[in-house]
Design a protein around this ligand. Sequence first.
Ligand code: CA
Length: 656
Amino acid sequence: MKLKLIYLFVVFIPFLGIAQPTSKPVQEDFAPLNLDYPGLEKVKSLVAKKKYDQAANALLSYYKKRSDIRHPEYNMEDKGRFFGKKLSKDNQEKADKGLEHQFYVHKGYGFFDYGKDINWQHWPVKDNEVRWQLHRMYWWTPMGLAYWSTGDEKYAKEWVDQYIDWVKKNPKGLSKDNDRFAWRPLETSHRLQEQTALFNMFVTSPYFTPEFLMVFLNNYAKHADHILHNYSEKGNHLLFEAQRIIYAGAFFPELKDAPVWRKSGIDVLNTEIKKQIYDDGLQFELSPNYHTAAANIFLKALTMAQLAGVDKEFPASYKNTIESMILAQVNYSFPDYTHPMFGDAWNNDKKNSVRNFKDWAKVFPDNKIIAYYATEGKKGETPTYLSKGLTTGGFYTFRNSWKDTATVMVLKASPPAFWHSQPDNGTFELWVKGRNFMPDAGVFVYGGDEEIMKLRNWYRQTKIHKTLTLNNADMEICDAKLIRWQTSDNLDILVYKNPSYKNLDHIRTVLFVDQKYFVILDKAEGDATGNVGIHFQLAENCDPIYNTTDNSISTRYADGNNLFIRNFNAGQATFAQEEGKVSYSYRKEVERPAFVFEQNKASGNAVTFATVLYPFHGNVAPQIEYKEEAGNDPQNGFIHFTIVIDGKTHTVKQQL
Ligand code: CA
C-alpha cells in the first residue's frame, strides 16, 4: 500500500502536474450515463469489464471529439478564435481576482475575499443576494475566457480546483441554511446553464482529467435532478429553471435523464407562456426588466432546442407570443430605448437593448418594427400607431411620435402582480425630447435582513410614486379597472378606477391634448376620511422653481427643454415638498425633488384634483389657467374644459 502511494506520488504528479483530490472512478460514477447512447460503445464495454479508469478515459476522449452538440455561444473550436484576443477589463479583473479567491459576487458590491481555503458560507454583507449569487460563480466564465485568450493553464487548474472544492463543501443537505443559498433552484439552474459553456472552455485542458469528468457529470446530473423536483412555484425563477433544464437535456444527451429534463422544461415553458403572458404581450410581473428577461428565456429555450433538434415540441403559438412580448416592449419604451423603472426595474442601457433587438431580428426576420429597433432606425419601420394601451397588463402609452423629439408618457394601472411589482397603480414616467422628467424611483435593493428590507421598502412606498394616497399609507389594493381608453389625433383619454383603500376608490383620468400636454384629473371617493394627496417626483437635476401660492412648479434646464406643472385646486389643496430619491442602479441613489398636493377628505364627500403637465421650450414657464366647463364627464367620453396659455384661450369640447 505504501509502495503504491509513493508510486502514485512520483509518477502521477510529476507527469500530469496535478494534485487533484479526486478519487478513482468507480462503477456508480457511470450510473447517470446512458451507455447505449450512440458513441459510447467503447465506454460501455469498458464499464462492463469493470475497467473504470479506462472507461472514464474513453468518455473524456468522446467529449473532446464530440461535434454534433452545439452550444449557442461557446464551442470548443472557438478556442483558437479567442486566443490572443484581449478580455474586457471587467472580465480580466474578475478572472484574475477569482484566482486569488476574491470573488465578484454581485454588481452592487464588487469583490469580496472568500479566504485561501474558500468559505462558501461567508456572508460579508447581509444582503441575501450576496449569499445567493456567490453560488452563480460569475467569475468562472471570465476565467474560461481568460484561459482561451491566454492559454495559461493556471485558469484551468484553478477552475477545476474550485469546482471540486464547491462540490465537496456544498453537498445537498449539509444544512438548511446552506441548502437555502447553495441549492436554491434559481442558482442551481444558473450553474446548469453556465457549466455547458465552461465544459467547452476547459474540457481540452490537461487539468480536465477523466476523474474530474466523472465528478463533473455526476454533479451536473444531480443539479438537473434537483431542478426537476424543486421547480419554483411561479414567476421568472420558474422560467429560468425550465429554460436551463432544457439546456442540460440538450447539451448532455448522454445522460440518462436528459430526455426527461428536456420534456419537463418544454412542458413548463409551454404552460407558463400561456399563463404568464397576457394577450397584450405583457409579462404578468409587470416590471420591464423582467419582461425582457422573460422574452429572452423563452427564446433561449427555443434556440437550444433547435440546436438539439427537439424544437418541434414547441407549438407555433409559442413563437407568436414571444413576438407579442417584443412589440409590447417597443410600445412602453421611450425613443432612446429606455423604459419606465416600474416595480423592481432599473435603468436599462441602450447598448444592451440594441443587442437584444438584433438577436430578436434573427428569429423574426420579417418583422419590420423589430428591424427598425435592431438597426437604430436605419431599416424597418416604426409602428403605424402612436398612443396605445396594453389594456390587460395595464401599461398605457401616450405618444406623439416615435422619434427623438417625441413626448411620451407611460402610465401603469394594472391588475395585481407579484414580488417584483409595487403598490403604485397610477404612476407614470414622462419623457420629452430625450429627457425623462419624471422617472420612477426604481428598486435600489432586493431582499435581505431587516436593515436591507428597510432600504427596499422605502422604494416600494405608494407615496413616492406619482399617484394618490390616503394618509400617505401604501395602497391596499392594486387592481385597476379600465373605464375608458380612446385615442384620436388631438385627444387621447384614459380613465380607470383603482380600489386603493378600504372605502376609498381612486379614479384617475389622463388627457393628452393636441399631442402636446396632459391634464390629469383625480377623484378620491368613498366613505374614508383623512388626508388625500397626489404625489409627483421630478428628475434629480431639474433645479425646480416652486410657486406655493399658485401650486405650480417649473423645471429649469439650461437647454430650454422644460416642464411646467400646476395644480388647479388652490385654496383647497395645499402644496408641500417631500423626501425624494431615485435609484438608477443597484444600491446607488440620489436625492431629487418631490412634492404633494393635499386635501382633507370628510366622510362621504369626494375629493378631486385637476393638474396640468405642460412641456415647454424656453426658460420662462408659461402662464396657464384651467377651468372645467359644463357637462365635463370624461368617464362617459364628454370632455369640456377651457385652458388659457399665456393669455390665449382654448376651449376643448369633444364627445368621444
Ligand atoms: Ca417604483
